[in-house]
Design a protein around this ligand. Structure first.
Ligand code: LMR
Length: 269
């Protein structure tokens, strides 16, 4: 009805939602309002995503790539995965590129280089304050070649504390500053180009994808991993060394996601 009321000059016909779509960017959801419990928000989103799953299931192209942007992104994507069986689970992802970009930007600002020179940060886990922004494998392109961020940011305390907290809290800080969720940065992070066209050689990005058990993360949650993309397919970057500090943070955000999955499932019943 609203599409008709808006009298868009190029609107000719309204057909079934998701018909033959190849790329679905899921922006709609019910975001957490002040004073709302997590369960209240979840109980609004679970039915929304179950319904969206059924629209995708019925009408989308069988190779449709889905990127969930509406919060809680990981759980919304999980519900889609569970109810849209005809879409390959590899094609259902959620946005943590926004957090990834925030991490790149914090590091670039700290060591006073261009963002383009920083690469291979990782966001592990949930797009929430339990996420783990990890700079252990990140590098900076300098006139002397690639150098580890850990070498250039000499203050290890900053990397283990302020850097992590700032990235974890960016979304909340934006809401506080502009009384609304991030818009420009979220839209800019919703770039499908890496997934579709491939990540540049030697570079990875963070994406919320279903866990196959890599890095000891429990299976069947949608968890943010470092991924490389090639020919329209992502794969988790394997073999990165994980220290004790990282292990604890990766497990904590996995546990948060398992708790959220349980809450979401309880909303289904
Ligand atoms: C963000 O990270 O900016 C948003 O996901 C925050 C929000 O709750 O909308």
């Amino acid at each position: 009805m609203e599409l008709l009321d808006a009298a868009f000059s190029l609107l000719k016909d309204i057909i079934e939602a998701c018909k033959d779509v190849n790329i679905a960017i899921m922006l709609g959801g019910f975001s957490q309002k002040e004073g709302m419990e997590r369960k209240d928000m979840m109980s609004k989103n679970v039915p929304i995503y179950k319904e969206q799953a059924s629209a995708l299931e019925k009408h989308a192209a069988s190779d449709c790539k889905v990127l969930v942007v509406a919060n809680p992104v990981n759980t919304n994507a999980l519900i889609l995965k569970e109810f849209a069986h005809s879409i390959p689970k590899k094609n259902i992802t959620c946005l943590t590129r926004l957090d990834h970009n925030r991490a790149l930007s914090q590091i670039a600002e700290r060591i006073k280089v261009y963002v383009i020179d920083v690469k291979n940060v990782i966001i592990w886990g949930n797009h929430s304050s339990t996420q783990y922004p990890d700079a252990n494998h990140a590098t900076v392109t300098t006139t002397n070649g690639e150098r580890p961020v850990k070498e250039l940011v000499t203050d290890n305390h900053w990397l283990k504390n302020e850097f992590i907290n700032t990235v974890q809290q960016c979304g909340v800080a934006i809401i506080k500053a502009q009384k609304a969720s991030s818009a420009l940065s979220a839209a800019s992070a919703t770039c499908m180009s890496d997934w579709v066209l491939g990540t540049p050689k030697g570079t990875w990005v963070s994406m919320g994808v279903y866990s196959d058990g890599s890095y000891g993360i429990p299976k069947d949650i949608i968890y943010s991993f470092p991924v490389k993309c090639e020919k329209g397919k992502w794969s988790i970057v394997k073999g990165l060394k994980i220290d004790e500090f990282s292990r604890a943070k990766m497990d904590a955000t996995a546990k948060d996601l398992i708790d959220k999955k349980e809450v979401a499932h309880s909303c289904l019943n």
